[in-house]
Design a protein around this ligand. Sequence first.
Ligand code: PEP
Ligand code: MG
Length: 883
Amino acid sequence: TKWVYTFGDGQAEGSSGLRNLLGGKGANLAEMANLGLPVPPGFTITTDVCTYYYDNGHAYPPDLEKAVEDALAYISRQTGNVFGDPAKPQLVSVRSGARASMPGMMDTVLNLGLNDETVVAVAKAAGDERFAWDSYRRFINMYGNVVLDVAHHHFEEVLEIYKERKGIELDTELSAADWQELVKQYKAIVEQETGKPFPQDPKEQLWGAIGAVFGSWMNSRAIKYRELHAIPASWGTAVNVQAMVFGNRGETSATGVAFTRNPSTGEKELYGEFLINAQGEDVVAGIRTPQDITEKARVASGSTRPSLENALPDAYAELVRIYTLLESHYRDMQDLEFTIENGKLWMLQTRNGKRTAKAALRIAVDLANEGVITQHEAVARIEPAALDQLLHPTIDPKADRKVLVTGLPASPGAACGEIVFTSEAAEEARKVGRKVILVRVETSPEDIHGMHAAEGILTTRGGMTSHAAVVARGMGKPCVSGAGSVRVDYAAGTLTSGGVTLKAGDILTVDGGTGQVIVGEVKMLEPELSGEFATLMGWADSVRRMKVRANAETPLDARTARNFGAEGIGLSRTEHMFFDAERIVAVREMILSDDEKGRRAALAKLLPMQRQDFVELFTIMQGLPVTIRLLDPPLHEFLPHSEAEIAEVAQALGVSADKLKARAHALHEFNPMLGFRGVRLAIVYPEIAEMQARAIFEAASQVAKETGETIKPEIMVPLVMTSAELDLTKARIDAVAKEVAQETGVTLDYYVGTMIELPRAALRAGDIAKTAEFFSFGTNDLTQTTLGISRDDASTFLGDYVAKGILATDPFVTIDREGVGELVALAARNGREARPGIKLGICGEHGGDPATIAFCEETGLDYVSCSPYRVPIARLAAAQAAL
Ligand code: PEP
Ligand code: MG
């Protein structure tokens, strides 16, 4: 087995095709080397070694050591230095690199190979003592922290005390002798904390670092990140060992990160940050505020510090040449890391850059228009779920606002919530349904869970590429970073800015589009759906086969659905129309009636209201299909439950509290979801279904007359288990249709269909299709009844099932293909056989889930129906499924 792949000097043993083996970073370093770009020579230890390491009790393959020796010799041949040599020492960096990028999750060690001897040689070779000792203390700090588990703050404290004693404020004011003294103290810290001296043998250092990278694959941050992004633990990480180049060798050295297009807006411009005389992590860590790369950006930001373009024009020109080449080679926006050593540019990383949804759309549409990719590729490149970011409100520009401070617009969208200062508090609040804004000085990978739980994030330190900014953009959460004038006092639980102090629990609004932080709540605007969004959705619609409908019953929802491009209503839950203050009285009267006559009297009061509901839906949908479901929930849901409520309702209805209680008691069920609901209501109380059918037909006739549209209502019967139930109910509906036709003089076309949401219905779909003119898969109930997991009680244990890998995903979110999916496929097949051309759709929550939509395409369903806000997501997912 080949465990190690070298790269550098215009050639490499690997390439971008070997991503699984070399990890993303390693594969792209190899690719850049193959393209002849300036990449410091190095080698990648493969992900297979990681797998071997975990399969064999943390042991390496026997021939790995020899392979690493050979690869170190390869580096020597390129640089003329020798790893571990006291006279001409080669220093290296050691970094992780998984298949999928896991920002901030894994650990990096720079300047490896330094010890008490080599530091002298490095000083001599560079002609710079200060640089050598500064590098050495960085190395001890980083290695101590990452490999030897010595907390970072020990080093920080020693440094702070030292500076204080000398009356020095900035690190840059420390001399070579100062750093030399600090190296002594740092080594003492390591010895004190670990009980062993700092390792002086470079080989020991290297194997320690390699072990730490593999070890960090299983640290809790990495595990959490993989959990959130569905990355299997079995993929493993690679290790990249690379010759060091130094951005901290003075004023003609620098280090930076850049995107080939703006990752927030998608605009076509080089966008990034750099620091003169700095090393590696300084930019990302957000400790020093970085400088702009282009002159244009510097002018826009009003910074007084020079841009890269002005400070180091030759290196800048080289960066422009390389970024253009890389973007056209990878045919996508790239995220680059580079270091400039004594004026020479070196590339340390390229990868497809993370971006906001807005930027993703703009970039995909631009690249297609530039002819770099096809329209189909553009459609395929947008993650449907990411559209969610664009479909949510932004702050109304006209709204009054009390701006506390303006920070960096790190991740777009606006959010409002209570202030919390810790990720734990964010999670706690989220659990009880409260919305929070997470406020931190800066975030670290430990905060990922808190960022997830928060509506938005505010940090006081760090740039546009700080941890908070990068992670928030990936999550689609609004984020304002680097609000420097805000003082956070964690102990007191307060934040202060410009004399205003807010405490935990106070309401704050953050606007990640402008960087504004606003006291209190502000008016928000609905999203704008034109421009690139409309263009891309147009391309998506042209490849899509399945229709997309919405689940909607209110006029507001129906209109939202239409705006988002819904092509009809796939589920109108009529029970939602019954909870209105005025109607609930009539509904309760009906439930309390002792006989059919009483029920009919109460239903007569509901009829005009229901009719009006349907008139509005039919009018808004302008002839598009509208599926209306007959009453579904158990009747007790309409009755009051607490003593106080019972007393109040009894009085309003003019009945005794005892009678109300007795009725509620009689309707009590142990398993209401498996009880007296769905079509069972229509079987026992057919007058309810009749009233609803009448309301539908009268409304349809009225709208047809008024608008001249052909209205063809789809009446849907819920929770059918046997065709006899449907036969009986359909006969009632047909009879009502005849009556209404006689009364109005309008003969309507209509469909009567059913939900397939019980396993028996799926199994007997052939029989049911003899009567049903359409099926809509109610995958919420079908999942509940197939898995025997209560929809309402699943949350107590389902998380454990997913965490333990027993279920791959939550089956109420993504369809369980093997179980529930099998039933759907069977029912679709048998339904079609019994009634060729029968219309098939899905209206459970799964209808808006991209993975389920792919399944629906494979199964050949005619449409999916989902909540209005998910309609664009479903349109795109359906297009991708059809590609
Ligand atoms: C379903 O069961 O999937 C469905 C859409 O109906 P409801 O969620 O209203 O039970
Ligand atoms: Mg249901």
